[in-house]
Design a protein around this ligand. Structure first.
Ligand code: NDP
Length: 265
């Protein structure tokens, strides 16, 4: 072989995946807020979507109706992501209706703010289990199907509070920091099977989760270079990219969507 015939190091060794395999998307905590926006966005991209919710059935059904009205396909399933049996039933329902889950968005999250000195087990455990334990649980359940398909997209919703902090959020900050570490570890273990695992870290987003904390919203707004909270659809747009076949070379990373907050810190 002549010197000029040597393959260039930048020559692609595999074809760019032009299409995605048949399958579906599953979004936890999709009855409202960011999860509802993500479900609608993935459905608009052609994924049959399973929405998981914990208690607000009416809200979840409204999201399904909106998706169907727009020409998409959706199913709402009640499941508490802290309950391993409920997670198994959730995936079984999703697979029975829509086929293998090839896009998993771990969005369900709660807060229970408390200064650390007064933070009881009852404040700590549910926050860790919903925001972090559930991510372990759903990824373990989803990965075999993604491995068989040689395609998978996992997007875990973190928070800027996984990296910066505020008083009173030790439980939430620990869970969201753990979520990023978990995301990186699973990403490197699954990359060879065509599966990507990433996180999205929003700053302040206009949803019920933060609506009650007016002082936090006021002070956060003054610290955010864009001077506003995000709309849930702006977070869904980040997930849409990471869930797409075109994002196949992005894994183990966190996409921060915080209006410049962390850049200014
Ligand atoms: P919301 O409170 O508006 O919605 C939370 C969703 O999670 C609801 O659909 C709720 O269902 C569901 N949920 C809660 N606990 C469980 C559970 N155990 N099992 C199943 N579903 C559950 O929250 P957001 O939309 O604001 O937050 C979504 C994600 O984004 C969370 O992970 C949050 O930490 C993160 N985030 C939010 C920010 C913000 O400013 N809003 C900033 C940074 C990150 P139901 O109503 O049926 O109980």
């Amino acid at each position: 072989m002549s010197r000029n015939a040597q393959p260039c190091p930048e020559t692609p060794t595999e074809p760019h995946p032009a299409s995605r395999p048949a399958g579906s998307a599953l979004v936890t905590g999709a009855s409202r807020g960011i999860g509802a926006a993500i479900a609608r966005t993935l459905a608009a991209d052609g994924w049959p979507v399973t929405l998981c919710y914990r208690q607000d059935e009416a809200a979840a059904k409204e999201v399904v109706a909106a998706i169907e009205q727009a020409g998409g396909t959706a199913l709402a399933v009640r499941a508490d992501v802290t309950d391993p049996g409920a997670v198994e039933a959730l995936f079984a329902a999703a697979e029975a209706r829509h086929g293998p889950v090839l896009v998993l968005v771990n969005n369900a999250g709660i807060r229970a703010d408390q200064v650390f000195a007064a933070m009881e087990e009852a404040d700590w455990q549910p926050v860790l289990d919903t925001n972090l334990g559930a991510v372990y649980r759903t990824m373990r359940r989803a990965l075999p199907g993604m491995s068989r398909a040689r395609f998978g997209r996992i997007v875990n919703i973190g928070s800027v509070l996984g990296r910066q902090s505020l008083p009173g959020v030790a439980n939430y900050a620990a869970a969201k920091a753990g979520l990023e570490g978990l995301t990186r570890s699973v990403a490197i273990e699954t990359a060879r099977r065509g599966i990507t695992v990433n996180a999205v870290a929003p700053g302040l987003v206009d949803t019920g989760l933060v609506r009650d904390v007016e002082f936090l919203r006021r002070s956060a707004r003054s610290a955010i270079p864009l001077r506003r909270a995000a709309h849930p659809a702006e977070i869904a747009a980040c997930v849409r990219f990471l869930a797409s076949p075109e994002a196949g070379y992005v894994t183990g990373t966190t996409l921060t969507a915080d209006g410049g907050l962390s850049a200014a810190a």
